[in-house]
Design a protein around this ligand. Structure first.
Ligand SMILES: O=c1[nH]c(=O)c2nc[nH]c2[nH]1
Length: 454
């Protein structure tokens, strides 16, 4: 008979930090966190004195305990609700142009290189590794239009062990000759991609981590026929959907000239069956009241990409207004509009954005940390699976060490758990991410010996 103890693979003892609501971060001291063989949080006991550990173990072998020291703590893994895998190749470059010119000058030529599968494998291996290294345990990836390269990205994500939504991008109009599809090939390849991910998932011995996501690049690059077909595919396979929305004024003007029968940009997606509770819209910087109403009515989520919105000079999204309306919001790095694949950088840019918009109502640390974790989980409709350390959820986490060699964070005698955590949020970086876990398994970071998972 399977006993509780026999299902436990690991127990962490020490400080655990997570969001219990948008207003509250819980600091669990002397916590005992039990992880089972399904990668789930099986039990959480708080305030266990050192000499009481043994009697709280319920028969679990004490060799399974990982003892954290005073400079270490565990937090939920970060959730990047918007990132472009091919754009990592020019991450940090090309912030001199606004969106539409930036796409034509930098983005489309670079993305066209992914028609070569070998190139895709080489570059995507780096994109995914870098994202994981920064503590992103779940990501919503845009790939490119190229089917073979999209499959490579899925394989690489499986090999490296990240949780992900992966989208084959659709583009059949207003795109350069070297990066465009027909309606037929776009729909055919999207279906083939979805079937590929389903087939790979069917071979796994663990619960699948990768989900295909329907990904019309944005309304400018997809005609009405294609948007309609993609809406049908999303429904047929019950898939999430991602795209871009109201990022830049010229983009909005161009979109409305292409879709004059829709009431506004948000309605363009709704009118084509692409706006529902599984939709993730990146940016939403220039939203009219009625567009926010529509997002709320459809229970669609927003990926706030402040770093990108500063770099491409798109504007500053009103996240406070989104939260007041109880719209789902998560953070996105939007590499390479954003110059960093780190959600910590997204957290910082989001704070600066909210302060610059309105100091009085700016976002506080608890809210920003929530957006980086639970908020992202809600946007992905995975709130019951990840985001914090509620018993029954899967264990996606970062073991942070504020005192690693070469740490960017300096710790002093007066520091406590709260100040160490806040320093990590504002001063820390990937050097402080000592271990990363997805679905209870430690993922392999560059230089580490942990086995990869297929
Ligand atoms: O920031 C952005 N990055 C992109 O690649 C893109 N494509 C359409 N709209 C976009 N916005």
């Amino acid at each position: 008979m399977q006993t509780f103890a026999s299902t436990i693979t690991k127990v962490f003892y020490g400080t655990l930090i997570h969001s219990v609501s948008i207003k509250e971060i819980e600091y669990i001291k002397q916590g005992l966190l039990f992880i089972n063989n399904q990668g789930k949080i099986a039990k959480l006991v708080k305030n266990v004195a050192q000499d009481k550990i043994e009697c709280s173990l319920e028969g679990v072998d004490s060799e399974k305990i990982v003892h954290l020291n005073d400079d270490q703590f565990i937090i939920p893994g970060f959730i990047d609700t918007h990132i472009h895998a091919p754009q990592y190749t020019f991450c940090g470059n090309g912030h001199d142009l606004p969106l539409l010119e930036w796409l034509d000058t930098y983005t489309f030529p670079r993305e066209s290189k992914f028609q070569c599968k070998d190139y895709a494998r080489k570059l995507y291996t780096k994109s995914v590794a870098r994202s994981l290294r920064h503590g992103t345990t779940s990501a919503c990836w845009f790939a490119t239009i190229h089917l073979d390269a999209c499959k490579e990205l899925v394989d690489i994500i499986h090999e490296q062990g990240q949780r992900a939504y992966v989208g084959k991008v659709n583009m059949n109009q207003n795109s350069p000759d070297f990066l465009v599809e027909t309606t037929e090939s776009s729909v055919r390849d999207t279906r083939a991609f979805v079937e590929y991910v389903k087939d790979v998932n069917a071979t796994l011995t663990h619960k699948p981590l990768v989900t295909p996501i329907i990904t019309p690049r944005f309304a400018i690059s997809c005609n009405s026929e294609l948007l309609t077909e993609l809406g049908k595919l999303a429904k047929e396979y019950d898939l999430p959907i991602q795209s871009h929305l109201c990022e830049n004024m010229n983009e909005i003007g161009f979109t409305m000239s292409l879709f004059p029968n829709s009431a506004n940009y948000t309605s363009v997606y709704a009118d084509h069956g692409l706006l529902n509770d599984r939709t993730i819209m990146a940016h939403c910087v220039h939203m009219k009241d009625e567009e926010l109403d529509l997002m709320k009515e459809k229970n669609a989520g927003i990926s706030h990409c402040a770093n990108s919105n500063f770099n491409l000079k798109s504007g500053m999204a009103n996240v406070r207004e989104m939260l007041n309306r109880d719209i789902k919001v998560g953070l996105g790095t939007d590499v390479a509009g954003g110059y960093s694949p780190s959600i910590l950088e997204a957290f910082r840019a989001s704070r600066t954005c909210s302060v610059a918009r309105d100091m009085e109502t700016s976002l506080v640390v608890a809210e920003l940390f929530y957006l980086a974790t639970v908020g992202g989980a809600r946007v992905m409709e995975l709130e019951d699976t990840i985001g914090n350390f509620v018993v029954g959820k899967e264990f996606d986490a970062i073991l942070v060490n504020t005192a690693v060699d070469n740490s960017p964070v300096d710790i002093f005698d007066h520091d406590n758990v709260e100040t160490k955590f806040e320093k990590y949020l504002f001063v820390g970086d990937d050097r402080n991410n000592e271990k990363i876990f997805v679905q209870g398994r430690e993922v392999r970071l560059p230089g580490s010996e942990v086995a990869s998972r297929k």
